[in-house]
Design a protein around this ligand. Structure first.
Ligand code: C2E
Ligand code: MG
Ligand code: MG
Length: 554
């Protein structure tokens, strides 16, 4: 038979509850395997560590220092600690002081239960704390907690959070007509649909009655519109209740942290009042708390619709801007720059529609068109007998990440007959930084085709020079911000010089964009820049005018 100590040890080794023993100052002395698992830290990392450090990220100093000051047993139902991978986790914590000598605690034993259950006296059932028993979704208190955590993160990263609150339109009619049991079924099914719509980083919750909420971290207001539209569409499919198809719609109210509120309560209030406006306007729609947002969201929707039509009606055109060798003044290549010829509004520049196209995913179709059209045009000029030039095409982040990006390049080349060395793709640094290895693999595929690859707007993104050497690129394009002030600003001139030197060291072609003045050309040429693009030589031109330039050079 095992000795009592050994038996006790075995229990600690096998239990799924996390246990640690600390000294009186909170320095960890012992942990069990469940504790390693819960925190993500190994035993050797944990032992000797200040246990309060596990809680610091998500709790205030007062709470942390109070933990190891108590003489009584302390219990917390829901405490947040930080996992080794950075994420917050919610659990209960019981901290028991152990006194060997006198009445000062000499050690503490902490027990952590990662999933807390609570019995519901009324129904006699046991449920996960923080979850709504009907739908299994997080309840209002857990949502409040998650919103609080996300606000902390958002503060640090300067991001925003959208809080959507939604209620079923005419729910009482359904409840009265079909009975409460059917109403409950509807709510359960709605909860399921909501949890499928939201992403990992979002929280879908049930507030009360027919009111649900979704909290989602966003980087632009448009992200919240996308979620709202998904939610509205999510209920478009009928609900099967008691053998009948029930059609339901939602009213959605949105508020945004930090503009509409600083904490959960303020955001909730804002979303609820916005939801009322959506209901008053007839339901089956969303409304922002801030009224100017509604106008913006409407504009964005309209722009998206018009862009779709523009693609179908061939309203997009490509302009071409020459890239010139400053030693010989010969046109070496061009950059294809998209324009939208809107029959009503005239020429729209890419800065006004590319960002929305990017967010809605429309950029994929627009970009595919631009890629193919620039290949076609470049080949046509070759066939007409002009000296072959290399054409650069801008590729957006969305396009670059698409699985079939390389296939589309291959198709554009094959279908138009353009040889790959006459095509160069321009990408920006910020597109590469998320998942460097995947980005490098993709870049390599483009290079394997035989196409050029250029980093556009170099110097403005979060470039890390240590990565630059690993990128299989052919060209660096100095952003026009560095070219613009080379005359006035000595520091800018030094940066431009350094980028040119860097490119040479890495054996890359270097292109300067935005050269407008003779002085820019002189500076760039004298400092060894191979290729220059800018208004000094020419603005982006319609294809026919660009062809005239080629003709003159021939
Ligand atoms: P970009 O790729 O950096 O393109 C260079 C921009 O600088 C162009 O603006 C061009 O007209 C402008 N530019 C050229 N020389 C000068 C100069 O000397 N002075 C000044 N002030 N500006 C000059 P544009 O055509 O308005 O395009 C803006 C951005 O839109 C492009 O920046 C590119 O990021 C994006 N874009 C354009 N066409 C496409 C496209 O087909 N697909 C994608 N994804 N993005 C595109
Ligand atoms: Mg470009
Ligand atoms: Mg650029």
């Amino acid at each position: 038979m095992a000795q009592p100590d050994a038996l006790f040890q075995a229990v600690l080794e096998t239990t799924s509850d996390a246990v640690m023993v600390t000294d009186r100052a909170g320095i960890i002395q012992r942990v069990n395997p469940a504790f390693e698992k819960l925190t993500g830290h190994s035993k050797s990392q944990l032992e000797g560590m200040n246990a309060a450090d596990l809680f610091r990220e998500y709790n205030d100093d007062e709470f942390c220092s109070g933990l190891w000051a108590g003489k009584e047993r302390q219990h917390f139902d829901s405490v947040r600690s930080q996992h080794a991978d950075g994420r917050a986790q919610l659990h209960s914590l019981t901290l028991t002081p152990v006194a060997h000598d006198g009445d000062e605690p000499s050690q503490y034993v902490a027990l952590i239960l990662s999933e807390t259950f609570q019995s519901d006296a009324a129904s006699g059932t046991t449920r996960k704390v923080g979850h709504d028993p009907l739908t299994g979704l997080p309840d209002r208190s857990l949502l409040a907690d998650r919103v609080g955590q996300n606000i902390l993160t958002a503060k640090r990263t300067n991001k925003s959070i959208a809080m959507l609150v939604m209620g079923l339109d005419r729910f009482t009619v359904i409840n009265d007509g079909l009975g409460y049991a059917a109403g409950d079924l509807l709510l359960k099914e709605l909860g399921d649909r909501l949890s499928k719509i939201v992403r990992q980083s979002d929280t879908a919750a049930r507030l009360d009655g027919d009111k649900f909420a979704v909290m989602t971290p966003i980087s632009a207001i448009d992200d919240s519109v996308i979620v709202a539209e998904k939610v509205l569409n999510g209920v478009k499919k009928p609900f099967h209740l008691k053998g009948e198809d029930i059609f339901a719609t939602l009213s959605v109210g949105l508020s945004i942290y930090p503009t509409d509120g600083q904490d959960f309560d303020e955001l909730l209030k804002g979303s609820l009042s916005a939801m009322q406006f959506a209901k008053q306007a007839g339901g089956d729609q969303y409304r922002f708390f801030a009224s100017d947002m509604n106008a913006k969201a409407k504009n964005r929707l309209e722009l998206e619709k018009r862009m779709r039509a523009a693609l179908a009606n061939n309203e997009f055109v490509l302009f071409y801007q020459p890239k010139v060798n400053p030693q010989t003044n010969k046109v070496k290549g061009g950059e294809a720059l998209i324009r939208w010829k809107d029959p009503q509004r005239g020429m729209i520049s890419p800065g006004d529609f590319i960002p929305v196209a990017e967010e809605t995913g429309l950029i994929v179709d627009i970009g595919t068109w631009a890629l193919r059209e620039s290949c076609r045009q470049t080949k046509e000029w070759q066939d007409k007998g002009y000296d072959p030039i290399r054409m650069s095409v801008n590729v957006s982040a969305h396009q670059f990440r698409a699985k079939d990006m390389v296939d589309k390049v291959v198709a554009a080349l094959n279908d138009t007959g353009l040889a790959p060395q006459y095509l160069e793709l321009e990408i920006t640094e910020s597109m590469l930084m998320n998942d460097i290895d995947a980005a490098i693999a993709r870049m390599q595929k483009v290079r394997d085709l035989g196409c050029g690859l250029s980093i556009d707007d170099f110097g403005t993104g979060y470039s890390s020079l240590s990565y630059l050497g690993r990128f299989p690129i052919t060209t660096l394009k100095i952003d026009r911000a560095f070219v613009r002030d080379v005359q006035e600003n000595q520091n800018t001139a030094e940066i431009a010089r350094a980028i040119i030197g860097l490119s040479r060291g890495l054996n890359l072609e270097v292109v300067a964009e935005g050269a407008e003045l003779m002085e820019h050309i002189d500076f760039l040429r004298d400092n060894g820049c191979d290729v220059i693009q800018g208004f000094y030589y020419s603005k982006p031109l319609p294809a026919a005018d660009f062809e005239k330039m080629l003709k003159r050079a021939a």
